[in-house]
Design a protein around this ligand. Structure first.
Ligand code: MG
Ligand code: ZN
Length: 366
């Protein structure tokens, strides 16, 4: 009888403990949460600022997962040579902490190659991965891996992806820049010799090697409206599953690439669907981070696109919003930063995009 009671007490203790773990939504260092982030998941919503987020919440009629994150900041986005940045300079600023000129990736304004947080984490023994809804050689993912004075030099950028030893997994489009090249080279065969496996879709992934790439398109993946499906949340889940057992932790960068393209086109249906896909990936990461307790999740953007503002309907109808675009280009307005997990508190306040890497590294104990 005594034994039975002890077993029962043991179970109830376990139950109480696990209930505490799952109900901790605060996202900062508590009893069950590490002081240092072992894993980092960085989300970049390309072209996303406050109006895109508010529009998505209003139209989807729900709180976005990113807006549930407990620590928030505000980041400026200007580049070294322009008040209004492009994704090359902004991606470089976020990835490396260096301002550069519009059009450049992975180098400072003097054309000196600089190191990205992905490369730093790889050197620290962590697994690294990138998942995007554009070609993998496009500016934002390229800023974490490639070094080029010209973001449009896709073949050279593909060659940087082919030769880096810092990246373990990727998901996106852009296969043609590796295989159908002006120089006639097939970079994928060389990569396979170096241990890379390649798949055409997420559901086909059966990893038997140490590295894999998933090319869901020869060029850019379709938009959500054109049938891409839930690529980003599924890629996020797959890559977390692949890397979460690694003893040294991991770094994962996810980009909602086409939020920007919807902004350029002033296309609200396109925009909201891309926002929903991106936020579903954020939710996937947060669910893992809440269970894991050693994962920092950061959600930010490289710049705003479309000059979106939310105005009233006709005849002063304040009961609805109308999505009003003031530009077909990027704008200079600042962007939000949301953070959850160990070190999330470092992300409060107003700062610049080159400061983000310092906060990520400090949160990770470097
Ligand atoms: Mg981008
Ligand atoms: Zn753009």
């Amino acid at each position: 009888m005594k034994k039975l009671i002890l077993v029962f007490l043991g179970f109830s203790f376990l139950f109480t403990f696990s209930a505490c773990v799952t109900s901790n939504d605060e996202g900062h260092a508590e009893d069950n949460q590490a002081v240092v982030a072992k894993n980092v998941i960085l989300f970049i919503g390309d072209g996303m600022s406050y109006a895109q987020i508010q529009a998505a919440e209003t139209i989807l009629n729900k709180q976005l997962a990113m807006q549930s994150m407990p620590f928030t900041g505000n980041s400026t986005t200007y580049s070294a040579d322009k008040l209004i940045t492009d994704s090359g300079a902004a991606g470089t600023a976020i990835a490396t902490g260096h301002k550069t000129n519009n059009g450049m990736i992975g180098m400072n304004a003097d054309s000196t190659a600089v190191v990205s947080m992905l490369e730093m984490f790889a050197d620290a023994g962590k697994k690294t991965a990138i998942a995007v809804s554009c070609g993998i050689t496009h500016a934002t993912p390229a800023a974490f891996v490639a070094k080029n004075i010209n973001r449009n030099d896709y073949e050279a950028i593909a060659a940087d992806f082919a030769t880096t030893d810092k990246l373990d997994y990727f998901v996106g489009g852009g296969r043609n820049h590796f295989q159908k090249r002006e120089d006639g080279q097939d970079l994928l065969s060389g990569m396979q010799e170096n241990g890379w496996q390649f798949f055409d879709e997420l559901t086909a992934v059966v990893p038997t090697s140490t590295k894999f790439g998933v090319f869901v398109a020869d060029e850019h993946p379709a938009s959500v409206l054109e049938g891409r499906g839930d690529l980003l949340p599924k890629a996020t889940a797959l890559l977390i599953k692949q890397m979460s057992a690694h003893e040294n932790g991991f770094f994962l960068m996810i980009e909602g690439s086409q939020i920007d393209w919807a902004g350029h086109e002033n296309d609200s249906a396109y925009l909201i669907n891309e926002m929903a896909d991106f936020d579903a990936a954020v939710l996937e990461a947060l669910q893992f981070a809440k269970k894991d307790g050693e994962t920092l999740v950061v959600v930010t953007s490289d710049h705003e696109t479309g000059g979106l503002t939310l105005v009233n309907g006709p005849n002063k109808d304040y009961t609805r919003i109308h999505l009003h675009y003031s530009s077909g280009n990027h704008t200079s307005v600042s962007v939000p930063v949301f953070a959850y997990g160990p070190g999330a508190e470092y992300f409060t306040g107003v700062y610049d995009n080159i400061d983000i890497i310092d906060k990520v590294m400090k949160a990770s104990g470097y």
